[in-house]
Design a protein around this ligand. Structure first.
Ligand code: ADP
Length: 976
């Protein structure tokens, strides 16, 4: 207990400042505080256990209110031992008041002094308390200011966050922009066609690239700054959180302060109640000290918060810098956008310019073509004009000659008659010619008198030929035309060539010309279509391979035309092969035939005006005629050569020419028969072009196409050299054979005014081929063709499937000489053999072809190239609307119903330009749409097509004109 007293007793130096009355009464009065103090002291001294109880009673309930508390605050208030200055353990005994009353005067004085000192100390404590209160006020004010700053900082922090977000978005945009620019750049780099534009673009692009790369660098540095700022802001945020914690701590401290204040007040009141209670004062002092410690702590925290606020201000400053960078970035982005826009514009301009260039090129090409055709037309019309002039002059001369010449003396006429008789007697002219000339003289014909006058200065031979010129013109009512060909429809037909030979011949015959045809006598001909075929009792010997071979001549009529069939008695049995073409020795077979045909004309004493040969098989005629038969006396004719397809040129080793008697050394030259791509080979078609007087092909467009490298198949330069005699004449069709109103192959005949018959033919074909007849309105698409690459076989195949997709039916009639194509189509045919809507018939079948034309609603011809094409004309005649690719003769005969540049009266079908699936899709879809959705327009289109004149009339007239001009020129040349 004593040791406890020593350590716990509050013994401050109270010797000063304590004034107390020694009077006992006074003492009582004056000492009442002392007694209180004493009483209090007694309470304090009691025990440490009691002290803890005291602490529990005073501190805890007032501070807590249930919350947690700092360790420092929980620590019981202990009186520091150094305060215990003058105390002696015996001075205050546990026996309390009785003992105090027994104190001596000296002791009392000491006590009073102590009390005075205590009072002084209380004063000092009061002053300290006031200061503490003032400090507290300051702290509170500072705290408020700090709080305001914190609020501002928080606001700025939110702003910074927003800015960071914007910067992030900008960053993504810039990345996107960079990606796009890079893509555009690579796209532009790929387009290297227009060098000038490319350079321009490159310039702009490199500028743009520089700007973009500098922008990118700037952006990257800003990004880095941004990242570091972000980090700083993060740390700042944590600091701010610390500040918040501090703030919370401040609140706690404030509470503590309030508590201490109340404790102080408590103490004050206690002091006022009991000034003697020195121990309580010491507790108060300790509490005060503790409080000032706390205040100091608070100050430190405040300093820390101020520092953090400073940091926040710096961060804010950095944020401002960041904002400036972001602004700069935005400006750069805007600039980049402008560059991008101008680049886009440039790109668009470029595209536009390229389109314009393309358009310009197209129109240039077109105008070139136009100019060419105009020049051609102009040349033609000049020639025509010249010819007409010549004819007129001739006619007027003839007229003048035909008129009797009355003013000549009789002597003149008598001398003339004697001259004629003399030539006749001397056998210089024939009896017949002499007779004709005599008649002219009797009639006093002006032509004979003029001829007589004109030949005064000539030698006898020249004079005789002039007089014979009068007889030949008098005896020929029309032209004598002989076609020598490998095909003739319908007896020997593989394709269009056969149709042309019979169609043109019939048309020329109708015009009053004598037309004959010479054909090989094939074993595979349709003999039933030949009228009165018989062998002549004559054998024609012809040269081949250094010897003469016998040939039998057969005659008969085909389509009312006189035809000579030549049957060679050659061991190779040239035309006993079961097929028309495709033999290994085709070059020998047809060079043999060409030679024997001319031999026949020579031996038959024929004097044709025109020998018309066709395609490579009979192109040998031209050089044979001039090199071998003119010298032999077959010299009346002009040679016309028609090439129906420049794809097939008939080339062989030059030496092979020798077989038919042609001189290969003489002919194997670049300007003669030498093949343009192989110098040790000869080219039959080239021979035809070089050695003929007239060269034609089968449509004007094709005549243009073959003068190009793509279409000429190597002969373009030859055709250009001989362009004056080269012309395209569009084929016609034999409208007697191809006539739905009379066609014997059809179930029902019909015409444009009665289309019911057409429906019945459709129904009949469907029935015959086993196709579904359920839907009458289902369109039927037809195709009749040789299945060769030229005909666009891949597009035909595509059209089959497309038609099915579009709800139509498809019928194909065709066969292929190309094994793999034949096999492929056999596969498709098998696949669809029982199909309701598709049928493929892979053979040649003339009668079936007629029924297909009649049954079809549309007819497809997707040729890659097409010299003329007949099927589009036949199909139109039968009311099947053509769907064709714009090439060659198809371009000259089919005009799109949706093409505004074509006058509506000529629009008759559907065309497409590109030889691809997209091209054909467009045309086929349009056709089926019109058929299904506008039956009335469709019907009108069908009727219009059926009424178009595709007869040979106009084409034959063109040939007639060509023949006549050439014959006239030939005669003029002979006379000259
Ligand atoms: P090309 O002469 O190139 O073969 P054209 O269109 O000029 O083509 O002429 C083709 C002629 O052949 C048309 O009269 C057509 O009817 C006929 N044709 C084509 N293939 C066949 C076939 N498989 N069966 C019957 N006739 C056919």
């Amino acid at each position: 207990m004593a040791s406890k007293l020593t350590t716990c007793f509050v013994c401050w130096n109270l010797s000063t400042g304590f004034n107390c009355n020694h009077n006992s009464n006074n003492h009582r009065t004056m000492c009442s505080p002392s007694s209180k103090l004493r009483h209090r002291t007694t309470t304090i001294i009691v025990s440490s256990q009691q002290k803890r109880q005291y602490n529990k009673k005073t501190s805890r309930p007032s501070i807590h209110g249930g919350g947690s508390l700092d360790d420092s605050l929980q620590t019981p208030i202990v009186v520091p031992p150094d305060i215990n200055n003058n105390s002696t353990p015996s001075a205050l005994d546990v026996n309390g008041a009785e003992r105090a009353e027994q104190l001596s005067d000296g002791q009392l004085e000491d006590l009073l002094a102590m009390i005075q000192n205590a009072e002084k100390n209380i004063l000092l404590i009061n002053q300290a308390r006031v200061r503490a209160l003032e400090d507290l006020q300051k702290i509170l004010a500072e705290k408020k200011a700090l709080q305001a700053e914190i609020n501002v900082l928080e606001m700025r922090l939110a702003e910074t966050d927003a800015l960071i977000e914007v910067a992030d978005q900008e960053k993504t945009r810039v990345e996107l922009l960079e990606g796009q620019l890079e893509k555009l750049h690579s796209e532009l780099a790929q387009k290297g066609s227009d060098a000038e534009l490319y350079d321009l673009q490159n310039g702009v692009l490199s500028d743009a690239n520089d700007t973009i790369s500098s922008l990118t660098k700037e952006l990257n540095s800003i990004r880095e700054e941004n990242a570091s700022l972000k980090n700083e802001i993060e740390s700042f945020k944590t600091q701010l959180n610390d500040v918040k914690d501090n703030d919370e701590r401040l609140v706690v401290l404030e509470k503590e302060r309030l508590f201490l204040e109340s404790s102080l007040k408590d103490l004050e009141s206690k002091l006022s109640i009991s000034p003697e209670n020195a121990s309580e004062l010491s507790t108060l002092r300790a509490e005060c000290k503790y409080l000032s410690g706390k205040v100091e702590n608070l100050q430190v925290l405040l300093d820390k918060a101020t520092k953090q606020a400073d940091q926040a201000v710096t961060a804010l400053q950095q944020n401002k810098d960041l904002q400036r960078e972001v602004d700069k970035l935005e400006a750069s982005l805007e600039e980049a956008n402008i560059y991008k826009l101008s680049y886009d514009k440039l790109q668009k301009d470029n595209e536009l310019m390229q389109q314009k260039i393309k358009l310009l090129e197209n129109s240039l090409e077109k105008s070139d073509e136009d100019i060419n055709s105009y020049v051609q037309l102009y040349q033609q019309s000049v020639n025509e004009f010249q010819d007409t002039l010549n004819i007129l002059q001739k006619e007027s001369k003839k007229k003048m000659l035909d008129e009797p010449v009355e003013d000549m003396p009789w002597e003149f006429w008598s001398q003339l008659l004697l001259l004629i008789d003399g030539w006749a007697l001397e056998k210089k002219i024939s009896v017949d010619d002499a007779k004709l000339l005599r008649e002219k003289a009797w009639k006093k014909d002006k032509s004979i008198s003029d001829t007589y006058l004109a030949c005064k200065g000539q030698n006898e031979d020249e004079a005789i030929s002039s007089f014979l010129g009068l007889t030949s013109s008098a005896t020929s009512p029309g032209l004598h035309v002989i076609h020598i060909a490998a095909e003739m429809a319908p007896v020997a037909k593989v394709g269009g060539l056969g149709d042309v030979v019979s169609g043109l011949s019939k048309a020329l015959q109708k015009k009053g010309h004598l037309v004959e045809i010479v054909l090989p006598k094939y074993d595979c001909m349709q003999y039933d279509r030949i009228g009165d075929i018989r062998a002549l009792d004559v054998v024609i010997e012809s040269y081949f391979d250094g010897q003469l071979f016998k040939n039998k001549i057969w005659v008969g009529t085909v389509e009312g035309l006189p035809v000579y069939f030549i049957e060679p008695h050659h061991p190779a049995k040239f035309f006993w092969r079961g097929d028309f073409y495709g033999e290994r020795d085709d070059f020998r077979r047809f060079s043999y035939f060409s030679r024997v045909a001319l031999e026949f004309l020579l031996q038959a004493g024929k004097k044709p005006d025109i020998i018309h040969c066709h395609d490579w098989q009979t192109a040998f005629i031209a050089p044979l005629y001039w090199d071998i038969y003119v010298p032999k006396g077959l010299n009346s004719a002009r040679i016309c050569f028609t090439c129906h397809n420049f794809e097939y040129q008939g080339t062989a080793a030059a030496s092979e020419l020798e077989s038919c008697g042609l001189d290969s050394n003489h002919l194997n030259r670049p300007d003669r028969m030498q093949d343009n791509s192989s110098h040790d080979r000869v080219n039959s078609v080239k021979g035809g072009v070089v050695y003929s007087n007239i060269v034609t092909t089968v449509s004007p467009t094709y005549a243009q196409e073959v003068r190009t490298a793509e279409g000429g198949k190597g002969l373009q330069s030859t055709l250009s050299t001989h362009s004056k005699k080269f012309i395209g004449v569009l084929n016609g069709i034999d409208t007697d054979i191809w006539n739905p109103a009379t066609d014997p192959f059809l179930e029902v005949q019909y015409n444009a005014n009665d289309l019911q018959g057409k429906s019945e033919n459709k129904e009949a074909l469907r029935r015959n081929l086993g196709l579904s007849s359920e839907d009458v309105k289902r369109p039927l698409v037809g195709c009749i063709t040789r299945l060769v690459p030229q005909k666009g076989v891949h597009l035909i195949r595509h059209a089959i499937y497309l038609t099915l997709e579009l709800g139509g039916q498809f019928v194909l009639l065709g066969s292929s000489p190309v094994p793999h194509i034949q096999r492929e189509f056999e596969g498709i045919a098998n696949h669809f053999k029982n199909h309701d809507h598709i049928r493929l018939i892979l053979k040649y079948d003339e009668s079936l072809s007629h029924t297909i034309y009649a049954a079809s609603d549309m007819f497809i011809i997707p040729s890659i190239f097409e010299p003329c094409g007949l099927t589009q004309m036949i199909s139109m005649r039968y009311g099947a609307v053509p769907i064709v690719r714009k090439t060659g003769g198809l371009n000259d005969s089919v005009f799109d119903i949706d093409d505004d540049t074509i006058p509506s009266q000529f629009q008759n079908g559907f065309t497409f330009l590109n030889a691809d699936e997209k091209g054909i899709n467009g045309a086929l879809v349009r056709a089926i749409n019109l058929y299904q959705n506008d039956p009335e327009s469709w019907k009108q289109l069908v009727q219009k097509d059926m009424n178009i004149d595709f007869s040979w009339d106009s084409s034959a007239a063109q040939y007639e004109e060509l023949y006549l001009k050439s014959v006239t020129r030939g005669r003029a040349a002979k006379r000259a």
